[in-house]
Every structure is written in structure tokens, then in C-alpha cells.
Design a protein around this ligand. Structure first.
Ligand code: NAD
Length: 302
């Protein structure tokens, strides 16, 4: 028996890269998988059904159950039809893995409004809409007395947690996904839904250029640390019954390493009990900064 036996799992952007690895890993653990992918280029252009269909064929060839969905998850129509596909094909949905996305990297001074909008749309709205439609289904089931052990795994990034030079749009979207995760976890717990976020690192077409020097596949038989398949086991566990009680958390997963990311919390504080003058506020803030932990460096900062 796999740890996801009989669960219905929806993975967005599962035609290649990390999403494909997650879909195959869920299927290997007994899940029925809805493989979504719009089949766009690395910067979001075009569309093709082939990537999703190829992954479905791989799952079926290995004896698993899967169905393809080729819609755009950042539209109401695409998100609604994605959840409807799970319900109509497999009778419901147990786990949603929001993963689809693409990059339009530029320094802020050169970042076009279109590149801002496209990246915010695919990541942030592309998380919100499938989450909303799944949440509506889970709430209706809970109200009808059929509450599920429902799971959502959202995909953030180290860029969203620490910042990344040249990725202002992407970092803002991925930080937004963490905020969305915290709210969804707090709102949806009453319907049996757990919501966590993942910051992965793996060699995919998205990162080949950025990490070219460190991400080449090793020789035959060696542990290929940057293979996307190394990230998927944690995702499958978070998406299974076994993660009961884990919600509103952010994990990093890379190679053989899993890290719980600890987020914003109040640090040193001072309270005058009245309004500061600007000079006093500066003096107080400087003292507090001297006591506070130094922030982690932004990726790519010199
Ligand atoms: N690879 C890494 O190291 C890394 C690091 C941090 C975060 N991430 C995140 O992991 C996720 C997967 O990235 P990847 O590296 O596998 O990239 P990838 O380009 O290999 O895969 C992304 C997939 O999403 C699909 N997609 C894009 N827009 C879509 C839309 N509107 N609707 C449906 N599908 C759509 C693409 O067609 C593609 O198949 C992304 O959210 C990415 O930001 C990746």
C-alpha cells in the first residue's frame, strides 16, 4: 500500500519539471492523478496539450490512473474545469498541488509592466483560483457530512522567502503565495483542509540557465542531488493522510535536505507609551537593530 493509496491528487504544471516528478511520485504511491499543464514555453508563451498527455501516458504505462487537463490555471474557467475534471473522473479531490508557473526575469529598472503582470498572474492568481475552487468543493462536502482529509501544497521559492536579485516580480509573487498559504490554512482547517508551502530547488528548464555550473547531472550511479524527483517525497507526504496536524508551514526541499523555514516573528521591541519624535524613533530603532538577528542575504546580492 502506498501512502497516497486511493487519494485523488491534482497537480498543476505537471507536464514537466517538478510537477511531473510530483505527479509520478503520487501515482507510484497509489494516487489517482489529474495532470494539468498548459504546455507553455519557459517564459509563458504558446500552449500545447502534449506535456500533460505524455505524463498521463507514463503513469498509465506504470499501471497507475491519471487524466490530463490542459487548461490555464490562472483563469476562472481553467481552475474550475480542473477541479471539475477531478470530481467527474475520480469522484472528488483529496490533494491539490499548486506548482505551475514561469519566469520573466529582469532587474527592476528594466522590468516591463507586462512581465510584472504575467508573473504575478501565473503564480499568485494561478494559486488562488485552483485553491478557491477546491476549497468550495471541500466546504460543500464537509457541510454534507463527508469531510475529507484534504491537503494543499503550494509552491513558493527561496526567492519569495529571502528575495532574489533580478526577480522582483517572481519574488513578490512567491512571497504572496506564503501569505496566501497562511490565510488558507487558518480559514480552511475547519473543513479538514491542511495547507502548506514548499520552496523547492531542482534542475529543470526554469533553473538550467541560473544554476548551469552547479546543476549538471553527475555520473552514472551517483546521487543526482538536483533531480526534481528528490523534492517530491516531501510533497507526497504533505499531500497524504500521514501529514495530519501539519498546516500553515513552509518547507525547503532540495536534494536530500528538508528544512522547516521559520518566518517573520516579533524581534527586539521598544514601547514609549506615547508618540516618538523622528529623532527618538531613529535612536530607538538603531538600538533595536543592534540587538536583532541579521537578515539572511538576498539571493544574488553582492
Ligand atoms: N526548479 C527550481 O529550482 C524551483 C525553485 C523554486 C521554485 N520553483 C517553482 O516550482 C514550480 C515548478 O517549476 P519547474 O522548475 O518545474 O518549471 P518548469 O518550467 O519545468 O515547469 C512549469 C510547468 O508549468 C506549466 N505552466 C505554466 N503556466 C501555466 C498555466 N497558466 N497553466 C498550467 N500550466 C502552466 C508549464 O507549461 C510547465 O510545464 C514553479 O512554481 C517554480 O516557480 C522551482
Amino acid at each position: 500500500m502506498g501512502i497516497a493509496e486511493g487519494r485523488v491528487v491534482v497537480v498543476t504544471g505537471a507536464g514537466r519539471g517538478l510537477g511531473r516528478a510530483h505527479a509520478l511520485a503520487f501515482a507510484a504511491e497509489g494516487a489517482k492523478v489529474v495532470v494539468n499543464d498548459l504546455g507553455v514555453s519557459a517564459d509563458g508563451a504558446g500552449a500545447s496539450q502534449s506535456p500533460a498527455e505524455e505524463v498521463v501516458a507514463e503513469i498509465r504505462a506504470a499501471g497507475g490512473e491519471a487524466v490530463a487537463h490542459g487548461g490555464d490555471i490562472a483563469t476562472t474557467e481553467g481552475a474550475a474545469s480542473l477541479i471539475a475534471t477531478a470530481v467527474e473522473t475520480f469522484g472528488g479531490i483529496d490533494t491539490l498541488v499548486n506548482n505551475a508557473g514561469f519566469l520573466r526575469d529582469r532587474m527592476l529598472v528594466n522590468l516591463d509592466e507586462d512581465d510584472w503582470d504575467a508573473v504575478m498572474r501565473v503564480h499568485l492568481k494561478g494559486h488562488f483560483l485552483p485553491l478557491k475552487h477546491a476549497a468550495q468543493w471541500w466546504r460543500a462536502e464537509a457541510k454534507a457530512g463527508r469531510q475529507r482529509l484534504a491537503r494543499v501544497v503550494n509552491t513558493s521559492s527561496g526567492a519569495g522567502l529571502l528575495g532574489s536579485v533580478g526577480q522582483g516580480n517572481y519574488s513578490a509573487a512567491k512571497a504572496g503565495i506564503v501569505g496566501l498559504t497562511l490565510v488558507a490554512s487558518a480559514e480552511m482547517g475547519r473543513y479538514g483542509v491542511q495547507v502548506n508551502a514548499l520552496a523547492p530547488a531542482a534542475r529543470t528548464r526554469m533553473t538550467e540557465a541560473t544554476f548551469a555550473d552547479t546543476m549538471a547531472a553527475p555520473g552514472e550511479g551517483a546521487f543526482d542531488g538536483m533531480a526534481p524527483e528528490n523534492v517530491s517525497p516531501l510533497v507526497v507526504w504533505l499531500g497524504s493522510d500521514g501529514s495530519e496536524g501539519v498546516t500553515g508551514r513552509v518547507f525547503e526541499a532540495e536534494a536530500g535536505r528538508i528544512t522547516v523555514m521559520e518566518g517573520w516573528r516579533p524581534g527586539p521591541t521598544a514601547d514609549k507609551g506615547a508618540r516618538w519624535t523622528p529623532a527618538e524613533a531613529g535612536e530607538a530603532a538603531s538600538k533595536l537593530l543592534a540587538e536583532a538577528e541579521r537578515p539572511q542575504p538576498v539571493y544574488g546580492a553582492r
